[in-house]
Write a protein that binds this ligand. Structure first.
Ligand code: TYM
Length: 335
């Protein structure tokens, strides 16, 4: 039997809770993919500190993110689920990759440009600039061929491919070539109050962000208050009806229905009924995930134990790749 293809993905522990965009754009796919792939899922705390984090909150949010991965169906016995800073090879390989990355190339990353613009270019850190090379290190250390992400991360995976190619050409075949895996129809979930922007953990106002760990009554309220338009028709039309189209996407994915059948069901009914039913679907999906996550968080010592064991498994793979890279580059081994 041929081994399963290796898969790698990660999320930043930069908020108390993941949101419905992370859930639909990433976690739902991860859960499915862990049976067909040799899957490695990371909580990328070193990426999170590229913007200022409160130290105590970061530690807590790292556990909370792990709990949500597991509660959403990532099985740490089946997949490898670990914290990035527990495996030292990540920043070590990132350094080597920094040395073969062009300054101009890194400057073209749209996520860097967006985040730097938000902070003012002078306030943006070198760490933020180097975010994509650390992400490339994450993927290449495990020779992952599949990288399931939302479409906002596609450019970073393309840079990873370029760096893998460059390294392989310069130093000999070392890295496998990763492919982004993007489910186009769900690749981007938008803010419920501002359907022109993607839902984000770092949104200025969180009234349009549906958190996985929100109380069910808060979730229902946010969905009922979602911005729509002056019309009445429940119809998928991103240009004319971005708010309604976003809600239709969420409904279709979570209820496993087609958008066309939802449009037919709500024909002539207006937005009120539609939002009430959607609120029920979202609450029914998230309630058990929330309950399980909170239960896991009640026993942080056990959670830490699971994370430590998984980090050892990850390090066993990553250290081999790093040793090869150091050797190919010509670093003198310590004897
Ligand atoms: P992060 O934490 O910003 O996002 C985690 C995942 O959620 C997806 N996502 C969305 N999908 C749909 N709609 C949205 N509104 C939405 N917001 C976020 C993101 O595309 C992502 O898949 N840089 C990565 C973390 C990372 C990584 C990696 C991923 C670090 N190293 C290696 C893959 C492989 C990120 O943006 O995380």
């Amino acid at each position: 039997m041929s081994p399963k293809p290796r898969l790698f993905s990660g999320m930043q522990p930069s908020a108390e809770s993941l949101h419905i965009g992370n859930y639909i754009g990433a976690l739902l796919q991860w859960k499915e993919l862990q049976t067909s792939h040799d899957a490695i899922f990371c909580i990328v705390d070193l990426h999170a500190i590229t913007v200022a984090q409160d130290p105590a909150a970061l530690r807590e949010n790292t556990r909370r993110t792990a709990a949500q991965y597991i509660a959403a169906g990532i099985d740490p016995q089946v997949s490898t689920l670990f914290v990035q800073s527990h495996v030292a090879a990540h920043p070590q390989l990132a350094w080597v990759l920094n040395t073969i990355t062009g300054f101009g190339e890194a400057s073209r990353m749209t996520q860097f440009k967006d985040k730097a613009a938000k902070q003012g270019a002078d306030a943006a850190s070198v760490g933020l600039f180097a975010y994509p090379t650390l992400m490339a290190a994450d993927i290449l250390l495990y020779n992952a061929v599949a990288v399931p992400v939302g479409d906002d991360q596609k450019q970073h995976v393309e840079l990873t491919r370029d760096l893998a190619n460059r390294f392989n050409t310069r130093f000999g075949p070392t890295f496998a070539m990763p492919e982004p895996m993007i489910l186009t129809e769900t690749a981007r979930i938008y803010d419920l109050q501002n359907p022109g922007s993607k839902m984000s953990k770092s949104a200025e106002s969180t009234s349009g962000v549906v958190w996985l760990l929100d109380e069910p009554s808060v979730t229902a309220k946010k969905i009922k208050a979602a911005v729509t338009d002056a019309g009445r028709e429940v119809r998928y039309d991103v240009a004319e009806k971005p708010g309604v189209s976003n809600l239709l996407t969420i409904f279709a994915v979570l209820a496993d229905r087609s958008i066309a059948s939802l449009e037919a069901d709500y024909d002539g009914k207006g937005y009120g009924d539609f939002k009430t039913d959607l609120a029920e679907v979202v609450v029914a999906t998230f309630a058990p995930v929330r309950a399980r996550a909170l239960e896991l968080l009640d026993d942080p010592a056990e959670l830490d134990r699971v994370l430590a064991g998984n980090a050892d498994r990850a390090a066993a793979i990553a250290d081999v790749t790093l040793a090869t890279v150091y050797d190919r580059v010509g670093l003198l081994p310590k004897r």
